[in-house]
Design a protein around this ligand. Structure first.
Ligand code: ADP
Ligand code: MG
Length: 611
């Protein structure tokens, strides 16, 4: 996960105090010369290192519980960048204002932090074990949910460490440490019976020493007089590097004999049961629009994250054509189109029943229309991605029917226009990031969508989007980079790139253009693009080099990405691999800033408010 400061040229990553001083010396030691580095002690914290009167000053910047950043005693800021900007205008207690950034010399890369790779591995393992995911489904869960999962695990991560022995007595700790070899630095962490606090027990010179771990009012952990940490596992990792007041540094963990290898036993979260039998509950009903305090449902908690056929038992039955008597069709209409309507239903599989959406052709359907739907089915049959509506199969009975996974939240544009007040911009970024993951998958598989628009992005819930409507989509031949339409049809011109309209050429790059328009629809909360202009007017508007304006309250970074998607020449336009990377890094940077830490509860807030 990129650091919230990784884009800043004066951020060095995890360098030591003395290294920081070396860089400042090299850059000339002028008054107000400064750089930013990662703080080892606090999760997401920084240190501002600066020069005044040929002296060095180091100010720790702490990430607060509410996600803001502040130098002790100073004002809170929403990010490290904003904080530095503030102190460049107002010293507000620092030795002087920040005057000159000491930028990383060319060739000097960001120094990854001690916790960075460990954190990545923990996120990976947590997702793998909590949701039992493997392969692509695992990779995509990591990409789309890293910020949420990271917060989820940070506070409970110690519980799955081999050195964590939960609730054992001091005597039992000694017994465990004295059994077997007793090298210096052999240690364990235990919960103290008395009051739920913790203690470290450590072997040195064949003797066991016990250290109480204190927790201050803000919840930070430390050994008496020692450095403070947000989490117990950070404290332990740090004490492996430095004794910091202990008689010896932590070296070898004393394994908890009761900890099953590779098993996660994390408090505070049990993933929603995946459907095993009976009827699947509608995931939408778990969290329609989230209110304060409600825990959020991650895409992996829903029944539509993995294919219903990911279970090998169910896969045995996977065929393009479904049996009519396994399909129950409800009266409820989810939507309609020229082809007919989309109805709600339930499909009975071997071990489970799943909610489905059924696209039913009008009964008087002609062969051409049936062929169209079969083409759509053939395309969808080849796709399997968490951010794309999957097809379960087709059913030929009273009429031809396309049976799909249910995305009960409906189209993105309608959802956003009806919930404008409740959905923050960060939520829009999150959903558009998911759309980019789905589109990157299509691009890799050499499919062009040709109808990407907010109306064709369906929601499973407020935090989970899927691309749908493959009615115009094409699979490209292995060595083709575009599809050439012989004749123009009923096309969504406002979403089409110039080369589609002028030369009938469709590629993933033209889908990128449509993605830009979809972003615009999303950040305007469901407005119609190009106002009242007609198709041909839009074409001349684009030809004149004009583009839609930045939506109100749309972050500059996101408007910049839209503009990149609207690069006139497809050769110069980014592909989805690049688009996904850009929106991901922006999404991670704001997710780190705005999401509340997991430790802040309503109770904490109430406590904080008391005098
Ligand atoms: P069209 O080709 O006519 O645009 P779509 O595939 O976009 O058809 O479906 C039309 C409408 O039906 C959608 O806007 C949506 O409201 C509903 N719908 C389609 N697929 C699903 C689904 N998988 N889950 C829930 N609703 C769906
Ligand atoms: Mg549609």
């Amino acid at each position: 996960m990129p650091d919230a400061a990784s884009h800043l040229p004066f951020f060095y990553g995890s360098i030591s105090r003395s290294e920081a001083e070396e860089y400042l010396k090299l850059a000339g030691m002028s008054d107000g010369l400064f750089l930013l580095r990662q703080c080892l002690r606090s999760l997401g914290g920084y240190v501002l290192s600066m020069v005044h009167n040929l002296q060095f000053y180091h100010y720790p910047i702490e990430r607060q519980l509410n996600g803001t950043y502040a130098i002790a005693g100073g004002k809170a800021h929403c990010g490290p960048e904003e904080l530095c900007e503030f102190y460049s205008k107002d010293a507000d207690g620092l030795c002087c204002t920040l005057r000159k950034p000491c930028n990383r010399p060319s060739g000097v890369a960001l120094q990854p932090g001690v916790f960075d790779s460990m954190r990545d591995n923990m996120v990976r393992e947590y997702i793998r074990q909590t949701w039992k995911l493997e392969g692509d489904a695992l990779e995509q869960a990591i990409i789309s949910q890293a910020p949420q999962v990271e917060k989820l695990i940070a506070t409970t991560a110690h519980e799955k460490m081999p050195w964590y022995h939960s609730n054992i007595s001091r005597e039992e700790a000694e017994r465990r440490l004295y059994s077997g070899a007793q090298p210096d630095g052999k240690f364990l962490l235990r919960e103290r019976k008395e009051n739920g606090t913790y203690a470290l027990s450590l072997v040195y010179g064949k003797t066991v020493y016990h250290y109480r771990i204190d927790q201050d009012k803000s919840g930070k952990y430390s050994i008496p007089e020692g450095t403070k940490f947000d989490t117990l596992w950070q404290l332990v990792e740090y004490l492996k590097l430095k004794p910091d007041g202990l008689i010896y540094f932590l070296k070898e963990s004393c394994h908890n004999p009761n900890m099953p290898a590779g098993e996660l036993t994390l408090k505070g979260r049990t993933s929603c049961e995946h459907q095993t039998s009976g009827h699947v509950t509608d995931p939408w009903s778990c969290s329609p629009v989230e209110g304060p305090g409600k825990s959020r449902l991650l895409p992996m908690d829903t029944s539509v994250y993995e294919s219903p056929y990911s279970d090998p038992e169910e896969l045995k039955d996977k065929k393009l054509f479904l049996k009519r008597d396994h399909l129950m069709i409800d009266e409820v209409e989810l939507g309609s189109g020229n082809f007919g309507c989309v109805r709600k239903g339930v499909y009975k599989m071997r071990k489970k029943q799943i909610d489905v959406a059924i696209k039913v052709l009008k009964s008087n359907n002609e062969k051409a229309v049936k062929d169209e739907m079969m083409k759509e089915a053939q395309i969808m049959h080849q796709l399997d991605n968490p951010y794309i509506v999957r097809m379960i199969g087709v059913c030929e009975a009273e009429s031809l029917m396309l049976v799909m996974e249910m995305a009960s939240g409906g189209p993105l544009n309608k959802f956003l226009s009806s919930k404008r007040e409740e959905i923050p911009v960060s939520n829009v970024v999150e959903l558009m990031h998911q759309v980019s993951i789905g589109m990157k998958y299509l691009e890799e598989k050499n499919f062009v969508h040709r109808d990407l628009a907010a109306r064709n992005v369906l929601l499973v819930n407020q935090h989970y989007a899927k691309i749908s409507d493959f009615g115009l989509s094409k699979a490209l031949a292995a060595d083709d980079s575009y599809y050439k339409a012989r004749t123009a049809g009923k096309w969504p011109l406002k979403w089409y790139a110039p080369e589609c309209i002028l030369y009938h050429k469709f590629s993933s790059k033209s889908d990128v253009w449509s993605y830009g328009v979809t972003m615009w629809e999303a950040f305007t909360y469901g407005q119609k693009p190009y106002k009242k202009m007609k198709g041909p007017e839009v074409i001349s508007f684009i030809e004149q080099g004009k583009r839609m304006e930045c939506p109100a309250d749309c972050p500059a970074e996101m408007y910049k990405l839209m503009q990149q998607c609207w690069t006139y020449k497809w050769e110069d336009r980014p592909g989805f691999a690049a688009v996904e990377t850009i929106i991901r890094s922006y999404y991670y940077s704001i997710a780190a800033k705005i999401e509340k830490g997991p430790e802040e509860t309503e109770e904490d807030k109430a406590k904080a408010a008391c005098p």
